[in-house]
Design a protein around this ligand. Structure first.
Ligand SMILES: Cc1cc2nc3c(=O)[nH]c(=O)nc-3n(C[C@H](O)[C@H](O)[C@H](O)COP(=O)(O)OP(=O)(O)OC[C@H]3O[C@@H](n4cnc5c(N)ncnc54)[C@H](O)[C@@H]3O)c2cc1C
Length: 469
């Protein structure tokens, strides 16, 4: 049996890995040059506890369960997961009533260990919170991840278990042909028995081309400020939610920086690539976070960026099956958290009525890229003795070594962003000012390419015209 998955965001990647557990042929199609560069690349990276989603919605069905599935996934795929917990902070008596509602809703959704903390208790957890707060809802199961790392790890593991990855391959249409489907792509036509459309912001348009009416999507932009201010907060700090959503937050990243944001701005469907930031958005973030954490120091900003949520009118995920094609649409927040549960459900649904066997030799583990900065002195010395490249620091901010850059290339990085999103080199305080050229030299040597062939990310993102001297 042949199966196609379209889109290598966190949803498509985990679906492809889930299929790769079975005795079937899996092929994953991605229009961009790398895995996890769509919506999955720019978001808050929170594993939401699941108290926010109205019972009965698809979000409620998948969020808390998806959250629980992450511990096993992180153990198998070796990505960073920090269960740091979250606080929803109340400033008024009305806010406190909302916390009580969220607590009740969380219980209905199966969220464990939720608790309302008094003002004093909340300030003990987060001393930098505003003194004006009245109470906070504490959810210990909330966590943080680097979402693109999960997608990359899942795809690497799927490929290890036999899946085939087609990068830079855009799917134009899915056409029924007898009992099978022809998937028309920019690199030719392929025939499959089962197809899953997990094309993120474009899932609605692809479904429509395939003749299936689904909920139309528009991008909802979320702008962020990335901050390098140590010890700002330990948990994910939310304001009390409103009709507009979860609000503007303050949270740590797994790389020990801090995120402020996101804003929530609906854009027309024609702007599915508009990830620009705006002065209005940034001002709004600053105003909101200063209310939550007054000591926030905006002069410690490393960069600003924006992500786009695949939003629909019903504010919920849509899984629409038509024959043997499943369209996974409107993967808005909490799509990251829900992705493992969605993947499990999609695979189960598509195999109903088939006698498909699990592989005896499925290997759930993925070898991560070494992190020299996190090793003990003994481990580091032993590694450097075996390979001196692990002793040569290339990225000073995040202490990434030449050995790790070479490993990232072996793991599939072919662009500067490919290296950045696999190693965190160029991710730190200087954003690559000091190390980009050194990394380009390593890429030139390892890949045998000219400087002018190296790209930042997309084919048109040439970095230099060639050697000067
Ligand atoms: C600002 C913001 C904050 C968020 N915060 C959180 C959070 O904290 N927690 C949480 O749980 N969720 C959060 N989310 C939601 C989460 O990011 C998404 O649910 C998730 O990343 C969606 O993943 P995806 O795989 O569906 O989409 P994508 O990551 O976009 O993947 C789809 C892939 O399909 C590819 N593709 C598209 N069309 C084609 C085609 N025709 N052929 C081939 N490939 C194609 C794209 O290039 C892309 O790589 C947030 C989202 C945003 C924008």
């Amino acid at each position: 049996m042949k199966i196609a998955v379209i889109g290598s965001g966190i949803v498509g990647s985990l679906i492809a890995r889930e299929f790769s557990k079975y005795d079937v042929e899996v092929e994953l199609f991605e229009k961009l040059p790398d895995v996890g560069w769509g919506v999955t690349k720019a978001n808050s990276g929170i594993l939401h506890a699941g108290y926010d989603d109205e019972p009965g919605t698809m979000r409620a069905k998948y969020c808390a369960h998806g959250n629980e599935m992450y511990d096993k996934l992180a153990e198998e795929l070796h990505f960073e997961l920090k269960r740091i917990g979250s606080l929803v902070v109340a400033f008024t008596d009305d806010d406190v009533k909302i916390l009580e509602d969220l607590l009740e809703r969380g219980k209905k959704n199966g969220v464990k260990n939720l608790k309302i903390l008094s003002r004093i208790e909340a300030l003990e957890v987060e001393p930098n919170l505003s003194r004006e707060i009245k109470a906070a809802l504490y959810a210990p199961s909330a966590g943080i991840i680097a979402p693109w790392e999960v997608a990359q790890a899942a795809v690497e593991n799927a490929v290890k278990n036999g899946a085939k990855l087609h990068l830079s391959t855009e799917v134009f249409n899915i056409l029924e042909s007898g009992r099978q489907y022809v998937v028309k792509t920019s690199k030719g036509e392929f025939v499959f028995d089962i197809v899953v459309n997990a094309a993120g912001l474009w899932a609605d348009e692809l479904a429509e081309k395939a003749g299936v009416k689904v909920t139309p999507l528009h991008p909802r932009r979320g702008e962020y400020i990335l901050l390098d201010q140590p010890f700002l907060v330990k948990t994910v700090v939310f304001p009390t939610p409103s009709k507009a959503g979860k609000g503007i937050l303050v949270l740590p990243t797994v790389h020990d920086t801090f995120l402020l944001g996101p804003t929530s701005e609906d854009l027309p469907p024609s702007e599915k690539e508009n990830t620009s930031t705006t002065p209005e958005g940034i001002s709004k973030i600053i105003k909101s976070v200063k209310k939550l954490v007054p000591s926030v120091n905006i002069s410690k900003t490393i960069r600003t960026f924006a992500g786009l949520r695949p939003e629909n009118d019903i504010k919920d995920f849509v899984l629409k099956r038509e024959g043997n094609v499943m369209h996974v649409v409107a993967t808005r927040s909490p799509g990251l958290t829900s992705a493992p549960a969605i993947a499990e459900d999609v695979v189960k649904t598509m195999f109903e009525g088939y006698n498909v066997r699990k592989k005896d030799d499925f290997d759930p583990y993925r070898e991560p890229i070494k992190k020299v900065a996190e090793m003990s002195d003994e481990e580091r010395e032993k590694l450097i003795e075996m390979n001196p490249a692990y002793g040569r620091v290339v990225c000073r901010c995040n202490k990434v070594t030449e050995g790790e850059i070479v490993e990232a290339i072996k793991h599939g990085a072919r662009t500067l962003d490919g290296i950045k999103f696999r190693t965190t080199a160029m991710f730190g305080r200087c954003q690559g000012s000091f190390c980009t050229v050194k990394i380009m030299n390593i890429m030139k040597r390892e890949l045998g390419t000219g400087f002018d062939e190296i790209r930042k990310n997309l084919p048109n993102s040439k970095v230099v015209d060639g050697d000067v001297r």
